[in-house]
Design a protein around this ligand. Structure first.
Ligand code: SF4
Ligand code: MG
Length: 323
């Protein structure tokens, strides 16, 4: 299948200002050379601890943040170079579902208005009963009751608010949805309902997902392939089955070791506990970003930055052990 999205060496560095003249004295390297692609109809899960740059990656694809460097090809067109009308047009095709449905929806706005707003913005000719019917249909598709149209966002529970956010994201019939921790603010009991809904909608609306989460079991439930991020870099990308059955990067191995394995009841996996904290992205380690915590680090790991490389079919790893 064709690639819908291709991200090449994406960097997002935020300047750090300081001193009397507030000059730039450094940079937070939130995203420091990230590459991956997503095929049409696929779900790529992006996983990593908070602060690893996964949300910033998602936001810079949409140009909510302007990346410092790199390419973001959407259907072959570099989004980072777009301006004006073309950028506005392409934003119909890429929509975002945010983490916190309380913060991302105006509680005092009527649900019908929330969901019709993007349609009105892009299609001035759609109005009246026709527009209302379209919005009603969307509310129905995401599992909200019909009378939701005239209610306010604050009248709904967290899970239902996330359904409103999803209806809004679907309103312009996008091709790609970037879901940034879409269930992590929700009660565990409603998380799987929202995840199942996203899965159903994917088939129904021909959607491709970039699914960002810190929770490995959530990512496992959703993804076809998984990318593992650490300190602004991708450590490993592979099919979900390979990542879980045979993680190759030492960081992935540690993450996976912490997840209970349902297929091996009674048999404990050996848990790999990492020493120390994640270093600051303002002053990342030289060489391999993971070397300060890696149980398998070698001398050269502090000197050479490993590049992502296909180690097994479809399994790309950035680690000097495999070079
Ligand atoms: Fe560990 Fe070295 Fe591989 Fe980095 S390059 S993950 S420090 S073994
Ligand atoms: Mg799916």
């Amino acid at each position: 299948t064709e690639k819908l999205l291709e991200v090449n060496d994406l960097k997002m560095h935020f300047p750090v200002k300081g001193g009397f003249f507030k000059r730039t004295i450094g940079a937070v390297k939130a995203v420091d050379g990230v590459s991956f692609d997503i095929k049409k109809g696929e779900t790529l899960g992006l996983v990593g601890e908070s602060g690893c740059g996964k949300s910033t990656t998602g936001r810079s694809i949409l140009r909510l943040l302007d990346p410092t460097d790199g390419e973001v090809l959407f259907n072959g067109e570099d989004i980072t170079k777009l301006t004006g009308k073309r950028l506005r047009d392409i934003r119909q095709d890429i929509q975002m579902v945010f983490q916190d449905p309380y913060a991302s929806l105006n509680p005092m706005q009527m649900v019908g208005d929330i969901v019709s707003e993007p349609i009105k913005n892009y299609h001035k000719n759609r109005k009246g009963e026709e527009l209302k019917a379209e919005v009603m249909d969307l509310l129905n598709r995401v599992g909200l009751p019909e009378d939701a149209y005239y209610k306010y966002a604050h009248e709904f529970s967290g899970g239902q608010r996330q359904r409103i956010g999803i209806a809004r994201a679907l309103a312009l019939k996008p091709k790609l949805i970037i879901a940034d921790e879409p269930v992590s603010a929700l009660d565990v009991s409603v998380q799987s309902q929202v995840l199942n809904l996203l899965n159903e909608l994917q088939d129904e609306f021909d959607l491709t997902y970039l699914f960002i989460a810190h929770d490995l079991s959530v990512v496992k439930h959703m993804s076809d392939r998984i990318g593992v991020m650490y300190l602004g870099n991708i450590m490993e990308v592979a099919e979900k089955s390979s990542i879980y059955a045979e993680p190759l990067h030492p960081y992935t191995q540690a993450l996976i070791s912490a997840v209970p394995d349902a297929s091996k009841i009674g048999q404990k996996r050996e848990r790999i506990v990492l020493e120390g904290d994640v270093p600051s992205p303002e002053n990342p380690p030289s060489g391999c970003p993971f070397h300060t915590r890696c149980p398998k680090a070698m001398d050269e790991c502090s000197k050479i930055k490993p590049q992502l490389k296909e180690v097994k079919p479809g399994q790309h790893v950035a680690c000097l052990l495999y070079e």
